[in-house]
Design a protein around this ligand. Structure first.
Ligand code: JFZ
Length: 318
């Protein structure tokens, strides 16, 4: 394990990327500003899956430039990158054999975002990782929980349709295998594991399967009940632990308040704040995963670029 985790411990600083169909909306639905994280807009605006799927017809981030992003990571002092291969919306940001709800069925077809990023990372000496959501609002196995108390609860805790759990488990395995086979991902960063139909046993099975496919890979603890699984690394979110931890961990934060691109989110952290956070986290033994959310054209918000480059300069000076 020590050998497997070594590069990660040395890396200390990484780039998180939230990019998906929601990036086109920028937190607005039918002219209205929707509260909360922009990647959750389908839930917060209560958009039926069929209607949401129309967003594939307009997904065309022509300005997406993987090289520029990998260089930005490098110039900011980051050593690895984790990109949303599939967020809760269920859309695959790569060409997946197991669904049509993917980048290959958009006007952007012919380009493969994960492939471009992976190649750009290799060129720039950045390790490549992929985020994968277990919660899936598009897959036919799951449905909104109509008993939920709030619109958020209804989408956050979906129901598994009777007899469909095995199908979904297979689907997840197949897609993860694609991430390993086709993109040689170094990290699987799970999320959305909190639904009651996803058991620790399923999580552990999946973890073992992943390790059998690629023994050197790192998997975060969100494949099952987080507190039970510290290895390969823990993921306190938006929070830096008070005390030193006995296991490896990574804190993730976003530069403003939303992970996915949100037009009206102007609460940017300053370069000084980011710099200080990085040092506090690293001093306590953790890694810092810091998020950018490209917009629907594939452009990284200028504010994010400016802050990150400034942090890079500060790191060079010290
Ligand atoms: C999840 C996602 O729902 C969110 O959209 C984003 O991708 C983020 C990185 O991860 O949200 C979480 C996950 C875990 C906690 C809080 C929000 N947590 O542990 O407190």
């Amino acid at each position: 394990f020590k050998e497997r985790i070594a590069w990660f411990k040395e890396a200390k600083f990484g780039m998180f990327i939230h990019f998906g169909l929601y990036s086109q909306l920028g937190g607005e639905w039918k002219g209205k500003d929707i509260w909360g994280d922009a990647e959750w807009i389908q839930a917060h605006a209560d958009i039926p899956a069929q209607e949401y799927a129309m967003l594939t017809h307009t997904f065309n981030p022509k300005n997406f430039n993987a090289d520029e992003i990998a260089k930005l990571a490098k110039d900011s002092g980051m050593k690895y990158l984790v990109v949303t291969s599939k967020h809760h919306e269920g859309f695959a940001l790569y060409d997946s054999k197991y669904t049509n709800f993917d980048v290959a069925n958009t006007p952007f077809k012919g380009r493969d975002i994960l492939k471009e990023l992976k190649e750009a990372c290799d060129k720039n000496g950045i390790k490549f990782g992929t985020y994968y959501s277990i919660l899936d609002w598009h897959h036919i196995s799951q449905e909104r929980n109509i008993d939920g108390d709030s619109v958020q609860q209804r989408w956050k805790f979906t129901r598994m349709k009777l007899g469909k759990a095995k199908d979904y488990e297979t689907f997840v395995r197949n897609q993860i295998k694609e991430l390993i086979d086709n993109y040689d991902t170094d990290i699987i960063w799970f999320d959305g594991e909190w639904c009651d139909w996803w058991t620790d046993e399923m999580g552990l099975d999946l973890y073992n399967y992943i390790r059998s496919l690629k023994p050197s890979i790192l998997v975060n603890n969100r494949f099952g009940t987080r507190e039970k699984f510290e290895k390969d690394f823990g993921t306190p979110e938006d929070e830096t632990p008070e005390d030193l931890l006995s296991y490896n961990w990574e804190s993730c934060y976003t530069l403003n308040t939303s992970w996915g691109f949100k037009k009206n989110d102007h609460e940017w952290k300053s370069a000084e704040t980011v710099y200080n956070m990085l040092h506090e986290i690293n001093d306590k033994g953790g890694n810092f995963l810091l998020n950018i959310g490209p917009d629907g054209n594939g452009d990284v918000p200028k504010e994010s670029v400016d802050i990150l480059l400034e942090v890079g300069k500060m790191l060079e000076k010290k």
